[in-house]
Design a protein around this ligand. Structure first.
Ligand code: AKG
Ligand code: FE2
Length: 276
């Protein structure tokens, strides 16, 4: 795994709110990660761990009955959340100091905790991923939240690579948002001033990765190919972030023990990944 960063890459991430990083993992490392992901997905059976993660939900309440959005995204992804809790190799990757230091340096913060990991495997002939922001769905608001998106297959314009709208992290607001929906461009109803920004098209080779700020607008195209477009992702929460009242992936008993404004510093649910 390669986690070296140049000042230029850090500056680019800070400016655009997104960075494509080449050769993050070797072919062999991707193969090994895929084996561990398959193992963890099998262990989970049908359950997603956290049904109320980012997709297929229009609010943060768990166990909402099925709706159009849920069906739409169920037909889009195989999605499984928090595999790090089941699998030591995935835990070592996402909670290890190498990636912990890397995401902290990119985000420009002194400490970082894991929020959740997620495998997003876009199925053959799958729907697009609508333009959206990540952080407004999470249980804390931060202008420095960051995610990594690792390509486990070549991600192309034909199979639905990620696209990022540079600079949108600067002007996005936590509560100016639209529910993620099958309408791919609905976000622009809330942010008409973003019309006209050209996307960074994140075509990647297997083993490349992308980083994006939790407030950077991003989405992905349809999969027009017969193969999967698999990715492994992880979102991170700057240390010291506080509860905003949304449940998202928090276990119910912990969620109910929190008051808005409490620091989210539970070392079992959201361990510190940097410094270690
Ligand atoms: O893989 C995709 O299509 C979407 C990924 C995404 O939205 C994310 O990683 O935050
Ligand atoms: Fe996202």
């Amino acid at each position: 795994m390669n986690t070296a960063l140049t000042q230029e890459q850090i500056d680019q991430y800070q400016r655009d709110g997104a960075l494509i990083y080449r050769n993050f993992m070797s072919e062999q490392e991707v193969d090994a990660l895929l084996t561990e992901i398959s193992r963890a997905v099998e262990e989970l059976g049908g359950s997603k761990v956290a049904k109320n993660a980012e997709f297929g939900k229009t609010d943060a309440k768990p166990d909402e009955s099925k709706n159009l959005e849920a069906d739409y995204y169920e037909g889009t992804f195989l999605q499984r959340v928090n595999l790090w809790k089941l699998n030591d190799a995935i835990k070592r990757l996402f909670l290890g100091p190498e990636l912990g230091e890397m995401v902290s340096r990119l985000a420009g913060v002194s400490g970082m905790r894991i929020w959740h990991d997620q495998t997003l495997q876009k199925m053959p002939w799958a729907n697009p991923t609508a333009w959206h922001l990540d952080n407004p769905y999470w249980s804390f608001y931060s202008r420095e939240a960051i995610s990594i998106w690792i390509a486990l297959d070549d991600a192309t314009e034909a199979n639905g690579c990620m696209c990022y709208l540079p600079g949108t992290h600067e002007t996005a607001e936590f509560e100016r948002n639209v529910p993620i929906s099958p309408s791919i461009g609905k976000l622009f109803k809330a942010y008409p001033e973003w019309n006209g920004i050209a996307p960074i098209v994140g075509t990647m080779k297997r083993g490349d990765c992308g980083f994006h700020n939790g407030l950077t607008a991003h989405g992905a195209g349809a999969n027009m190919t017969p193969g999967y477009r698999r990715a492994m992702t992880c979102g991170y929460m700057p240390d010291g972030s506080t509860f905003n009242g949304q449940k998202n992936i928090l276990p119910t008993d912990y969620y109910e023990s929190l008051e808005v404004g409490d620091v989210l510093d539970n070392d079992e649910l959201t361990p510190l990944v940097w410094p270690q």
